[in-house]
Design a binder for this molecule. Sequence first.
Ligand SMILES: [Zn+2]
Length: 309
Amino acid sequence: MNLFDFTEIPADGEHWVRFAQEFLQLFGFHIETPPYRDTENVFDFCAVEQISGKFNSHPFRWLVSCRHKAATRTAVKESEEADILERLLRSRADGFIGFYSTSASSALEFYLAELKNRFLVKGYRILDAKFLEMYLATPGFARISFRYFPNYAQTHPVLHLVDNNYLPILCEHCRKDLFKTLFTENQEGVIVRLRRRKETPTETEIIANLYVACKGECDAELQAKYCSEKKLNTVGWTDLSDLVDSSAFLDWTLSLLRKIGTDELTYTTSALEKELYLLKALAQYTLREPTNKNNPSPQLVSKDNLIFD
Ligand SMILES: [Zn+2]
């Protein structure tokens, strides 16, 4: 039995192309063009990969062809990928990616290999169901796995407890738990750090406070509250959703450690406590163990509608 059921993604094509874009972004590609409809329910877009050499680096443009055939469980045929060369030319692309929820037929694979052997394309890759599954089960991809595959989310823990109790991340203004929004389409939380206004340019920068808020109105209310009288400036906004990726989480932790050890910047004790709380709360997600268990029997399913290890 496959770990992921690709029929969970609607067959309209639009959801599949959105999934393809998010997947490739996590994979390190820059999405260059919005998707355009090739034929009904079939989309192409361009994604760019930066190729780095010892003396040179250059962008490599991929034409990404999205075909979602999980419902029929049939491979993508050569005849379904018509005019590949023309499409590559039109998109000024160097290579071709088939982003498929099933697989490519042998004839299509053979045709693509021929194009490459004859130097008509610089490269091609088929990202099929097997390839995608391999990555979707890893922590860096967990967020899109949970969002696009709700059944998978039901049988695999989303969070694990790092403390005795679940640690929410509340908007300081409206008290909404912004941790929960990380698992939905509306990822709306932002961390805002507040710096004490300097009296002289040489003074050490002090982060005097920080808050978490919903983007927009709640953030504006809190900015007005903190920055009007208390000699504080806002110094930066960080999207909560940017920190749930494991490597971004590690970067954040390391940069915090580096910062507080320098003469240029310091934290007040209360601001540092808030930063450490956020670090611990996000660790409930970013440090979760990936598991391939099909029936992990979560110990706590109902609490706050999140699933715990
Ligand atoms: Zn709010």
